[in-house]
Structure formats: C-alpha cells, structure tokens
Design a protein around this ligand. Sequence first.
Ligand code: BGC
Length: 626
Amino acid sequence: MRSTPRSGAARSRLRRGLAAVAVAALGSTMAVVTATSAQAAVTCDVTYTTNDWTTSPGQGGFTANLTVRNTGDALSSWNLGFTFPNSAQRVSQGWSANWTQSGSNVTASSMPWNGSVPTGATLSLGFNGTWSGSNPKPTSFTVNGVTCGGVTPSPSPSPSPSPSPSPSPSPSPSPSPSPSPSPSPSPSPSPSPSPSPSPSPTPSPGPRVDNPYAGADGYVNPDWSASAASEPGGSAVANTSTAIWLDRIAAITSGSAGNNSKGLRDHLDLAVAQDAANGSTPVTIQVVIYNLPNRDCSALASNGELKVAQNGLNRYKTEYIDPIASIMSDSKYRNLRIVAIVEIDSLPNLVTNLNLAACQEAKNSGAYEQGVAYALGKLYAIPNVYNYVDAGHHGWLGWDSNFGPSAQLFGTTAALATGGKATVHGFITNTANYSALVEPHFSVSGSVNGQLIRSSRWVDWNFYIDELSFAQAFRQRLIQEGFSSSIGMLIDTSRNGWGGSARPSGPSTSTDLNTFVNNSKVDRRVHAGNWCNQSGAGLGERPRANPATGIDAYVWVKPPGESDGSSTAIDNNEGKGFDRMCDPTYGGNDRNGNNPTGALANAPLSGHWFSAQFRQLLANAYPPIS
Ligand code: BGC
C-alpha cells in the first residue's frame, strides 16, 4: 500500500496478548434499571451485567459491564454512582471511567474523552471485582446525583461453588447465554428475565461500546505470530495483536498475500476460541477492508485485482463486501468486537492526486466514494462491527490545502452510506506508514535563529510534525464535519518507533535551521513522503487502548515484517505492480520531493515476509523491547 503525500508545490494492546486468566466464566447476569427524574434534565437507563466465577468456596471474582444510556439532556461530564448490596464486594480495576470505592459506595466519573454524552447516546464502562459470600447486583444507580430508578431484580445465578472445566469455545450450558461477557448488551436473548429494555429480536446496529479496544484482548493471528517467532528475538513480540488483511477476494476464503492460508472464517473461529480461553475479557479482532477498484491509485506496489473500467465497483460490492458482511454477521461471532479498517489510502488520493489517471478515474466514476459508502453501510448493519476509516497521516494531510478538504470528503462519502455518518466509529492514521508518533525535541511553532521550524525543508510548512498531534486535531475537524463527538482515533504504531543508536537523545545545538531539524527529529527518514520498507525504522508503541485524549488505541495494523513492496520487479498473480519508491537506487518523484527512497534492498512483494526488515524493526524498536 502507499501513503502518498500531497501533490503540487511545497509538497506529504493491545498487546492484548492472551493473558491467560485462570478462571472460567460461569455466568452472565444482567440487571436493567430504567428511570426518569421528573424535573431533572438527567434521565438514564443503566444496564449492569456480570460474569461471575469462583476462586475458592464462597468467594471469587467477576467482570461487570455497565451500559448507561442518556435519555435526558446532553451531558458534558458525568458521575455514575451505585452501592454494592454486600460489603464484601470490591472493585479491583475498571475501565472507561475513573473508578473509586468508599465502603460499599462506588463512583465512576467520566474520562476527558468520554465526558460528553449526547441525548440518546450510550456509554459503556466496566470493571473487574471480587466478591465473597455472594455477588448480588446493585439495586439502583445515579447519574450526576439523580437516581436512575428502581430495581429490576434479575435472578442472578449464584456463583458456582467449584471452578468449571476448562473454558470451551462454545457457550457453556450454565445459566450464561454467552461464553464471555459481552462488550455490550448483545441482541441475543438475555439470560435474565429482565423486563426492560428487552433486546429486540431484530438485530439493529449497536449498541456498541464506546471504545472496542478498552478492556479487551487483541486477536493474535497465529500465522503472523509464527513468522515473528521464527526470527531471532521475535518471540518477544510474537504474541502481539496484528490485523488481518483481506487484500483480495480470495483472501476471504483462503488467506492474504504471502503464505498465509487462513480465510476470514478461520480467523474469526480462532478469535472465538481465544475469547473462550481468556476468561471474561472480550476479544477485539481487526480486519482490513482493502480491495477498492483502482486500489492504491497513486502508487503501484499495492495495486489490486479490481479495475473501475472492468465492472470493479459492482464486483467489489457483490464478490467482496457482501461475502465479508455475511461471514461477520454469523451469530457465532456476535461476542467478538470486530474492528473493520476501511480502505487504506483511498479517499485522500481523491484530494491530492487527481493529476494521476487511475485516481482521476476513481474520482470521476464515483467508485471510491460509493465503494467506501457501501462497505460502511453493510458493515455497520452488523452490531458488533466497528468501522474505522483510514485517514492518511500527517505527512500527507497535514497541510491546510489537504486537511479540510479530506475531512469534507470523508463527510460526504459517509453521508452516502446506509446509516450515514453514524456508520463511522472512528478513523485510523499512519496505517502501514512510518511517521513518528511524537517528535519530542522540537515544536512545530518553534524557530531557530529567527527562522520558523515550519519553514525547514523537513517540515515544509506542514502544520504538524508528528502523528499524535495530527490525529487529535483531525478528529476535531471531523467532528466539525458532522461525525459523532464520540469518534475515536487509532494510530498504527507498528513501524514508527525510530529507536536504536540513530535516535537523537535531545535537540540539536545547531543554529542552522535545517541542520537543527534534521539532527533533532527522531523520524530518520530522508523525506516524510517516503513510505516503502524504510531503512532505520523500528517497532513503535505496543498496541494499547486509551493511550491519549481522543485516541481509542495504538494498533499494529500493518503486520511488522510484511513488505511494503518489492525492490525490483517480480512477476505475480496478485495484481501487484513494481513501484520504484521501493527501489533503494531510485531518486524519487515529486511526491517525495525527488529524494532518495530510503527503502531496504532485496524486498519481496508487498505483504510477503521480509525477514531482514523484521530484524531491523526489532533492533530499532522504540520503546525498546524489554
Ligand atoms: C499489501 C497487502 C498486504 C498488506 C499487509 C499491503 O501493502 O498490498 O497485500 O496484505 O500490505 O502486509
């Protein structure tokens, strides 16, 4: 794939590994409390479900998931309160709120990123806790001091006195309806006879959790994991969650580029097994939707099988998106959180690269916009799928000429989807790219010897110098464009670590602007438009949820060690072209300021295992591998 800078003048834990939890989920119980406060602006519904287990006779642990629906006026911050009926119930660790407990009284207050709750919106939060004696559910909840109402007693199965046999991927015959605590009330039948609100038998989109990464384990792809583990030292990261790339129609059934043999169902089945084996923690699996007609229209290394001129849009819908949606909507996958990463490097090409024929055709035919809108609508209809749309990176969209117009194009495209802009749960930046997460040694607003940092050759008048600041700002811009204020960003940190001996440890002392910037920046690329198998790069931040305001997670979408493109032409039947940006001897094009490519030599086709690259990424990891 390619991350293409702007054209024109100035120029572009989730290592949620599988924490084995030595307990088995024995029951999932649910209580629903609905109430209104007559005169207050705050009204709310709270659903409280637990998964309980026994660690020794008479005591154990549990995971509680709460869904709070704001049926009153919009809130800008919130405090949820409840009282445990039993004095031996304790919160041990919670998510999506600041959790405190005093005696039996528990308070969860909003985080900076989820304080704002529009009317009708739903919040999801939860905690792990311990109990002794029994684990009854709280009987009433308050939001900002206003009681959400009376109790809906729901007979909770008393915790089993003995540990259950090892977790099985299929729902246990116990009172639990689901093998794991669902991230959100699933449309499947409720375990408890809770009178309201009863899940509708017709699946409707959502409710989804606010952040599908929070409190979840990430699916570990065994194929990638085995490749990583086969490299010296690779086992240190082999248990990291990476995305599944559906990079052609055949990948739905038989695996993507390289030697992987697993199709989408295989991965989802394995994810269900990982979910069953990891106790009560939900599993998030990331699937890249990447097969638009005229794919990667401004580059060659990841061109695909479908062409606009050969009925590509229709084939995209019927032979690619429809089968994917049909598999994902299988009820056996209902408890997974499926993150769909939607079409890398597509829409921004319609903003910045219309001088290229393949991009023009994608624009004029409407194929990219209609294809993305179709994918969004189809996938959003599946209640446990979360759409994150690819939003380029700072070195592409950071200039004003690209920033606003791209946000607008995302808005008009999502508006075409069945379900509109609500189909978008968030956006992802830096997918398969190398932009540093944070440049710690200089600021975009700084100057050197009276000259603006922005005027340096490296920054080139960009308004952003790193990915975190770009992603946070772009999120705000997207909200202005009409996307929900609850959208979250993902940043692909798989290969933007830039550690190792070449990493500057502090700002340069040079008074020459370009020398200062070049010697201070941790991103060691020659040009921010370089994108193929970058020499000197390292693994970046390990995947984790809620790392910064507005950011749902750092993720590894590009599986480290998989090539960006071949460094010489290689015949293939994958539709892949040869892009000289992957050739270390090439002097570049206008999209990288005619600079050397910085690409590693001897690279295989995009998506294929590139051992030397993986070893380099491991050696230059930042943060370093401990
Ligand atoms: C390639 C895909 C591959 C993906 C992940 C892309 O650049 O075009 O074939 O699956 O990278 O490695």
